[in-house]
Design a protein around this ligand. Structure first.
Ligand code: 6CS
Length: 376
């Protein structure tokens, strides 16, 4: 992937220093960084607690900044783990920018330098093609609570448990961070409006097919490079949930927000398979208990964040335009998106076809039984 130049300084309300994040170290810099990171991380694996007893440190890297949905998840995970281990385990949360891009975070999980991470299909799809099912458009219900139940489908989770395990990862859970929203310089109401639009996507290959299908020019980039890409007009638009558009200040440089409700931003929380297997059965159960307890909580958190942050954007920049697609307009995009399902099956094979069918069936079932299915 071509590297983008450093962004110029900007007067920003963002919680991120985009300039720092867009910095790309040279080879020697990378080696030095790796050594520094390794020594600082290994040095704090076990440390004395307040009572003098050894305290284990679990490192949790997220793909978003402080104040994000993933941060809210990781902070609550920290709180509950520390509480349930009576302080024997301390969880240290690493926000985006401290340990590198999403791909680098996954590598560090493999290497065992961190123990927990968020791994979004939008990037993880390069390693696990089947997980790109979550990147397909118009496969979920328009009702978020239905989708929340689909994401807990035991068969779906069992399949992905195995697929993640084959890559040395232990899947803890999937959850939604809200509806994906397009930002662009002009309203996009029909696939034709995407013609010639350089549209940033996450880095999983299926996303290229997804936006190609609408006639856009998809441009995969790491999260940290999106702001400068928009600012320097290297890209004309991007797609993310509202809370992310606010926290990354994308609304400062891409002022039309388009709500097509075509896809959710779904992420997975993961741990290293080796690390997890090495835990005692009690600790494993404790981790899974925490994850189960957070499922409903994070659903409400993302809803709240997405609602509130839209107000923040509108207060900060009254020039921001919001466009909500009509059902007819959505239908045109839905039709245009259908061939991408075949592209997905070609890339992800029989297993991929299986998870797609499973999701489509589960959505239908859950739509008919809106309140019936209890959490597993
Ligand atoms: O667009 C991205 O790359 C990122 N978006 C969000 C909301 N979370 C993490 C992901 O890497």
């Amino acid at each position: 992937m071509p590297e983008m130049p450093m962004s110029p300084a900007k007067p920003s309300t963002s919680r991120l220093d985009h300039q720092w994040l867009a910095w790309t170290p040279g080879r020697a810099g990378l080696v030095l960084l790796a050594i520094l990171l390794w020594s600082s991380l290994t040095a704090c694996g076990v440390r004395p607690g307040a009572d003098g007893n050894a305290q284990e440190v679990w490192r949790f890297a997220i793909e978003e900044t402080q104040g994000s949905v993933q941060d809210a998840y990781a902070q609550r995970f920290k709180e509950l783990v520390e509480e349930r281990t009576d302080g024997a385990v301390r969880v240290k949360v690493y926000p985006y920018g401290t340990l590198g891009t999403s791909d680098q975070i996954t590598e560090q999980l493999h290497a065992g330098t961190i123990q927990f991470a968020m791994a979004s299909p939008g990037h993880l799809g390069k390693i696990i093609p089947e997980v790109q099912v979550f990147l397909l458009h118009f496969i979920f219900s328009d009702r978020e609570e239905v989708d929340n139940r689909v994401l807990r489908n035991p068969e779906l989770l069992a399949t992905f448990d195995r697929l993640y395990e084959e890559k040395g990862l232990k899947l803890l859970t999937f959850f939604s961070e809200g509806w994906m929203v397009w930002t662009a310089n002009q309203p996009i109401r029909r696939p034709e409006d995407f013609q010639g639009v350089k549209f940033r996507t996450m880095t999983s290959p299926l996303l290229l097919a997804a936006y190609d299908a609408y006639g856009a020019s998809p441009t995969p980039l790491p999260y940290s490079e999106v702001y400068s890409g928009l600012q320097l007009s290297m890209i004309d638009g991007q797609v993310n949930p509202v809370f992310a558009i606010e926290e990354m200040s994308f609304y400062e440089v891409s002022e039309t927000l388009i709500f097509p409700n075509h896809a959710l931003f779904i992420t997975s929380a993961v741990t290293g398979e080796e690390f997890f297997d090495g835990l005692s059965p009690e600790r494993q159960e404790m981790v899974q208990g925490v994850v189960a307890d957070l499922q409903d909580e994070i659903f409400e958190v993302q809803r709240k964040f997405n609602r509130e942050r839209l107000e923040t954007i509108q207060e900060r920049n009254p020039d921001v335009r919001t466009v909500r697609l009509t059902e007819d307009e959505r239908e045109r995009f839905r039709q245009a998106s259908l061939p991408v399902r075949e592209t997905f099956v070609e890339a992800a094979g029989r297993e991929g076809e299986g998870v797609l069918d499973l999701i489509l069936e589960a959505v239908q079932e859950e739509e008919q039984a809106p309140t019936a299915t209890p959490s597993p």
